[in-house]
Design a protein around this ligand. Structure first.
Ligand SMILES: Cc1cc2nc3c(=O)[nH]c(=O)nc-3n(C[C@H](O)[C@H](O)[C@H](O)COP(=O)(O)OP(=O)(O)OC[C@H]3O[C@@H](n4cnc5c(N)ncnc54)[C@H](O)[C@@H]3O)c2cc1C
Length: 512
């Protein structure tokens, strides 16, 4: 009997460095590739707050990714079968169609979080019921979990630095890239690739990108590889990464690899080895250290999910004692829609709503504000991010949320962002705030982060009417006003020092 491999693509939407895909082509006579737009992950509602699970930005990126994968496969004489259905339904049908003709193996990427592993269990059961083979591969992370210096997931460290130091000390290596097979096995007779869904199938219009979006690239393995090449080789951006990664604006300030990493159209190992090649060729030792450092955070949250399972989704997170969160929808809606009256929070929230993107600095601040200043259940924020983010990754999203909310793996107790200080530090001239809160454009820099502290005549001159065209703050934390006063004093001191310098200069020149 000839062998048929069925590759069920999941968050591994690439041909490069894809063990599942390579295995199927090396070990079968025919290969079918399927992708399922699973309604449980696309149109279903989040388990709190009823947001659609995958909103238009990620869906658009995903559809582009699937189109690109299909094209790459067609170019090699194969193709992709796409479905708007659950994988278990699709696989059952394919098994029924082919089980008397071929010896079938279903090959897929293993995942770690509950909704995903629940589906895996169903698929395994289907293979048992039909007496067919199943082959599973770990292709999600930079480091393979089997290579970590721990016996089992329960022994993985809870602190990121412990993981990083253990890997560095013990010299754990990243496994080599998996080659793309030289020849692709054909589809069985009578099977042809199916047209990919488009946004209108989901009742979204094919809108153009927001003009202020910092992420304007298309989805797909091809565009991901081009972006990686441009980032490293053409634009030489590795060099400036450490200094710029915290910036709020500008498409080139951080790598922007996350949307491809999240759906697997770019492999973290591919990024790693490309960085190593750059370091060797340019003879700059550890030039890409900080990017790899961040990629390891991505791994860390996957390992945390492996270790803690569903606890990643508990209100109390990984803590054992219960945690009381508020579930007040009014302030939550003000946060979600960018109408809290705190410009730094509003600008970030309006950015994510209009583009699906927010910088890491922004994400940390708005998450801290929601959970630490408003005391609202972190899961409300996490499900909004899950819905709207272009780069949503369940482990990175939920892992970071519990971390910032203080119920996760942050070894520093009570980390709390002062969002006004952060606004002044990272957006001192209000460039970012003015992009997303244009109603504050004419406010002087001194008050751009704290309009409620501006005197009435300044507000009037700037055309700002609090409570009318820009909200009054829904909360004022005493430290914010203190921050404003401190900054004012330090600016006045600087001004005096400069003035003294000028006076001194003139006095001395007069003397001569
Ligand atoms: C509340 C909150 C929610 C988040 N949700 C997500 C999410 O759903 N998906 C997601 O990919 N990232 C998430 N992050 C992490 C981080 O904000 C993004 O990975 C990063 O902003 C993506 O931009 P970049 O690719 O330019 O990152 P870079 O700074 O260029 O980093 C390179 C890569 O490292 C990884 N990385 C960087 N920082 C982190 C981090 N803190 N945690 C995990 N991985 C990281 C990403 O894969 C990223 O692409 C979240 C952070 C917070 C605070």
């Amino acid at each position: 009997m000839k062998r048929l491999g069925i590759v069920w693509f999941r968050d591994d939407l690439r041909l490069h460095d894809n063990e599942t895909f390579a295995w199927a082509h090396m070990n079968n006579d025919y290969v079918i590739h399927i992708y399922c737009f699973d309604p449980r992950q696309i149109t279903a509602k989040t388990y709190k707050c009823d947001f659609v699970k995958t909103d238009k930005y990620r869906l658009k990126f995903l559809i582009e990714t699937i189109e690109d994968l299909n094209t790459s496969l067609i170019n090699k004489g194969s193709g992709l079968l796409t479905y708007r259905d659950k994988p278990e339904n699709v696989l059952n049908q394919l098994i029924e169609q082919f089980k008397n003709i071929f010896e079938i193996t279903i090959a897929f990427q293993q995942q770690v979080t509950q909704e995903e592993t629940d589906v895996e269990k169903i698929i395994r059961q289907i293979t048992i019921d039909n007496n067919i083979h199943v082959k599973e591969f770990w292709t999600l992370t930079l480091y393979h979990p089997d290579d970590l210096p721990y016996n089992n997931p329960k022994a993985f460290p809870d602190v990121y630095t412990q993981l990083r130091v253990a890997l560095e000390k013990q010299g754990v290596r990243v496994r080599r890239l998996i080659d793309i097979p030289n020849t692709f096995k054909p589809l069985p007779d009578g099977i042809i690739s199916t047209p990919v869904s488009n946004l209108s199938d989901y009742e979204y219009s094919n809108e153009t990108m927001h003009t202020n979006s910092v992420f304007t690239l298309q989805g797909g393995e091809s565009s991901g590889l081009t972006h990686l090449h441009n980032y490293i080789w053409n634009k030489n951006l590795i060099k400036s990464y450490k200094e710029t990664r915290n910036s709020l604006t500008g498409p080139e300030n951080s790598t922007k690899f996350s949307p491809w990493l999240s759906n697997g159209s770019l492999s973290p190992r591919k990024i790693f080895f490309e960085i190593k090649k750059y370091e060797n060729e340019q003879n700059i030792h550890d030039a890409g250290y900080w990017i790899i450092f961040e990629l390891l955070w991505r791994d860390f949250f996957k390992f945390i999910a492996m270790k803690y399972g569903t606890r990643l989704f508990y209100g109390r997170g990984l803590k054992l004692e219960p945690y009381v969160w508020k579930h007040d929808l009014k302030p939550f809606e003000a946060w979600r829609t960018g109408n809290t009256g705190i410009p730094f929070v509003d600008a970030n929230m309006r950015e994510i709503m209009a583009t699906g993107w927010m910088s890491n600095r922004g994400r940390q601040n708005v998450a801290s504000f929601l959970t630490k200043d408003l005391g609202i259940d972190w899961r409300y924020g996490a499900v909004w991010f899950e819905s709207i983010l272009i780069d949503h990754d369940v482990c990175s999203n939920y892992g970071n949320w519990i971390y910032v909310a203080g119920v996760g793996t942050d070894p520093r107790e009570n980390r709390h962002f002062n969002v006004v200080k952060q606004g002044f530090d990272y957006d001192p001239n209000g460039i970012f705030v003015r992009i997303w809160c244009p109603e504050l454009t004419r406010l002087p820099n001194e008050y751009i982060q704290t309009p409620w502290l501006a005197p009435a005549h300044i507000l009037k001159e700037a055309g700002v009417e609090l409570g009318v065209n820009y909200p009054r703050p829904i909360i004022i934390v005493p430290q914010w006003n203190q921050q404003f006063q401190n900054r004012r004093k330090s600016i006045q001191n600087q001004h005096h020092t400069q003035q003294r310098g000028i006076n001194f200069y003139f006095k001395n020149h007069e003397k001569r």
